[in-house]
Design a protein around this ligand. Structure first.
Ligand SMILES: Nc1ncnc2c1ncn2[C@@H]1O[C@H](COP(=O)(O)OP(=O)(O)OP(=O)(O)O)[C@@H](O)[C@H]1O
Ligand SMILES: [Mg+2]
Length: 502
């Protein structure tokens, strides 16, 4: 049951009333309302494309609304720019990051509000970095605040985004899937920080597709579906099943349907892969039909291992064999030519051509198979793209740029599923994907394994690693610290190995 604003004894920190937003061809928000109390952690839930980010972008002044009212602490406000939102005490952590790659961590955190030195016009960098360090320390992450942001991993960048938002004296902080790239340890730091902010009376809007987080840290939840408000409830009064039912409008089983495929010959063998300061003698084999999970904390070297195999980063030493044949992979193009695919965690940087249509993105990596003498057979291209669009229920007719975050991720997947890769490396494949589509992705993975594809799955979601892998490698500081079979793997054992077995 909805709680009418008048039912509150306190003045809400935020009231968004009857917000409407139409994009060409899409009614993204149809009279949506949201009320957030002071010192409340409010979950905003819904499937990919439900309108969560759009609602929050309007609040953050990044997008204009068509109609509707916004009030803060009972006072009606006009939010017509990000600067205005900031001056009203609203901070947002965007789902797609908003950092300046060539500035340092510290400069990004204090961008536009750098501490001034005694000499007019100069920035007090000493103070900037000391303050930035304090912000990151509070988050419990080890990041060099003088490092340029582009040298950081996606997860580290996420922590910088969080640092940037929390370092302002904000009254309302919007977190649009802050946890998507974080591992257990950082997530716990984030939750500690959220509880601390809540204690200080800050209101937080928390968007996540991981429902266990909602139960752990949120007070109330608003559920949206297809641009509509569906319900606002106390989290305590909800069950996981109820939330899913409200989100998708029907019953849905979201158990991970792992189907073990028969294991074939070794497909990819990596021996003593080294990259100075990053990878330390990484060796493993993945067989045809096998799903090899790789777990570990942020910075453990999982993504770096994938990039080394894919030819995206150089290696200092080590060998890579594909079906018993030694390979020297110097570029991603060579990797693709040899049947190795990498589904990246950073769709913005590596995965998609944002200006292109969904169809073109889907078929991009394997256009040869759709071409006759250099001409693309468009009818077939359309058919292939359509097949993946329906099986992953990708919502859109337009260019990828306008897709919701989760739908973009699905296009990245479709793109690689369409190549005939023999070895597929998935790096955080279900990041930002809603519960329904997640099962679809697991099903596709099962199908690929059954076809004999060797799959390496890097994931920070322990239930997913345990649920989908035949075998799990755990990495810590660039090394493999342990290997667990599916039957023996538990979250505790993985965490123990991931922290170096301390
Ligand atoms: N700039 C835009 N132009 C056109 N359509 C857009 C634009 N931004 C969003 N949309 C559309 O509006 C709808 C809502 O998108 P939104 O990003 O708010 O979803 P979401 O709930 O955040 O989903 P996700 O969980 O995948 O992040 C989608 O259909 C999306 O394609
Ligand atoms: Mg979104």
């Amino acid at each position: 049951m909805a709680i009418a604003p008048t039912a509150f004894s306190v003045i809400p920190a935020l009231c968004m009333t009857n917000i409407r937003k139409e994009f060409p061809g899409v009614l993204a928000l149809d009279n949506v309302s949201l009320t957030v109390l002071p010192g409340e952690v409010h979950a905003l839930l819904g499937e990919n494309g439900a309108g969560k980010s759009t609602l929050m972008k309007i609040l953050a002044g990044a997008q204009p609304k068509d109609t509707g009212e916004i009030s803060l602490y009972g006072k009606s406000v006009q939010i017509d720019s990000p600067q205005k939102a900031m001056s009203l005490g609203i901070s947002i952590i965007y789902q797609e990051f908003n950092l300046v790659p060539y500035l340092t961590v510290g400069e990004n955190i204090y961008l536009g509000r750098e501490p001034r030195a005694a000499i007019p016009g100069f920035v007090d960098f000493k103070k900037l970095y000391t303050d930035a360090q304090a912000v990151m320390d509070k988050l419990g992450v080890k990041i060099d605040v003088r490092a340029p942001v582009h040298t950081l991993s996606v997860a580290q960048q996420q922590m910088v985004e969080i640092g940037k938002a929390t370092s302002r004296q904000s009254k309302i902080i919007i977190m649009d899937e802050p946890s998507a790239t974080l591992t257990h340890h950082e997530l716990q730091s984030l939750f500690t920080l959220i509880r601390q902010l809540r204690g200080e009376g800050v209101s937080i809007v928390y968007i996540s597709h991981r429902l266990e987080e909602v139960f752990e840290v949120c007070d109330r939840a608003t559920i949206m579906r297809d641009g509509h408000w569906i319900a606002t409830e106390e989290v305590e009064s909800l069950t996981r099943e109820e939330i899913i039912r409200l989100m998708v409008g029907r019953e849905l089983k979201d158990a991970i349907p792992k189907v073990a495929a028969p294991l074939g010959e070794p497909a990819l063998t990596v021996k003593n892969l080294c990259r100075t300061g990053v990878l330390d003698n990484v060796s493993f084999t993945v067989r045809k039909g096998e799903v090899l999970g790789i777990a570990g904390l942020v910075g453990a070297g999982r993504t770096e291992t994938a990039r080394a195999i894919f030819g995206a980063d150089p290696i200092t030493s080590g060998t890579i064999e594909l079906f018993g044949k030694a390979l020297r992979i110097r570029s991603p193009q060579e990797a693709i030519r040899n049947g190795i695919g990498l589904v990246t965690e950073d769709r913005k940087q590596q995965g998609l051509v944002l200006g292109m249509a969904v169809r073109e993105n889907t078929t991009l990596a394997n256009l040869q198979s759709l071409s006759t003498m250099g001409f693309v057979r468009h009818g077939e291209e359309k058919r292939v793209a359509e097949k993946y669009r329906t099986s992953l229920s990708i919502k859109t007719p337009t260019v990828v740029q306008n897709l919701s975050g989760g739908n973009q991720q699905k296009v990245v997947l479709a793109k690689w599923l369409f190549t005939d890769a023999k070895v597929l490396i998935f790096d955080e494949p279900t990041r930002g994907i809603d519960v329904g589509a997640k099962s679809e992705i697991y099903k596709l993975m099962n199908e690929l394994a059954a076809q004999g594809v060797a799959i390496i799955m890097i994931s920070s979601e322990l239930p997913e690693v345990i649920g989908m892998s035949d075998r799990i490698l755990v990495m810590h500081e660039g090394r493999i610290t342990g290997e667990l079979l599916r039957e023996e793997a538990t979250q505790e054992k993985i965490m123990d190995l991931a922290t170096g077995g301390e």
